[in-house]
Design a protein around this ligand. Structure first.
Ligand SMILES: [Zn+2]
Length: 212
């Protein structure tokens, strides 16, 4: 468990160093081989996590050890319950992804445009969920209802939640979502070429869910 706790702290620090977890925002978790979950604690910035001070939850989300878990733990639990292969979850309040969540007219089952192959590899189709108060149980319910078919979500007016088999891939997915939202905003008012259905099919056929 200590290796995983150290990894959690290392990636938390990396996200914070990039400016992706400002104002104490964001929470990350990993699922251990025995089903327990390590998650960043409530009220602790991702840049200052300590391996001896992460929260430990049982597979049903009950607090086993360490400080109190992030109040957004239900989001993480909802993904672990619905995606048996998910090994890590990253939730951030990053500016471009959050801005994109507020743009009108999205398809809620596919809210991010297909601009680069990397976003398709790492995110698949990103689902947009309506606004709900952070930490409220309904957010977990919505994620649970859709997580079988989606590994990445945008919470409206709030931020992204992504999962992958490993913490490294979940962190890369969160970074990819932020970068793709930035591209989408840059291109919003410009004529541009997005990837077409045949491009997406070819990427999916080559990479499948290798990274998510
Ligand atoms: Zn949040």
């Amino acid at each position: 468990m200590n290796d995983e706790a150290c990894e959690l702290c290392r990636y938390g620090a990396a996200l914070a160093a990039q400016g992706l977890a400002r104002a104490g925002s964001g929470n990350i978790s990993v699922r251990l081989a025995d089903g327990r979950i390590l998650i960043s604690p409530s009220g602790e910035g991702l840049g200052s996590l300590r391996p001896d001070a992460v929260s430990v939850l049982d597979p049903d989300g009950r607090h086993l050890d360490g400080p109190a878990p992030s109040k957004e733990a239900p989001l993480h639990l909802a993904i672990y319950v619905s995606r048996p292969l998910a090994g890590a979850v990253v939730h951030l309040h990053t500016p471009y992804a959050t801005a994109w969540s507020m743009v009108a007219g999205h398809d809620p089952s596919d809210c991010l445009p297909a601009l680069t192959p990397y976003s398709i590899m790492r995110l698949g189709r990103v689902a947009l969920l309506p606004f709900a108060v952070p930490g409220s149980s309904v957010l977990g319910d919505w994620v649970r209802a859709h997580a079988t078919h989606h590994s990445a979500f945008l919470l409206a007016n709030h931020g992204p939640v992504v999962s992958a088999k490993t913490l490294k891939d979940a962190v890369f997915a969160a970074e990819e979502l932020e970068e793709t939202a930035r591209l989408a905003l840059l291109l919003k008012a410009l004529p541009h070429r997005a990837l077409g259905a045949a491009d997406i099919d070819a990427i999916e056929a080559t990479f499948g869910d290798r990274y998510r």
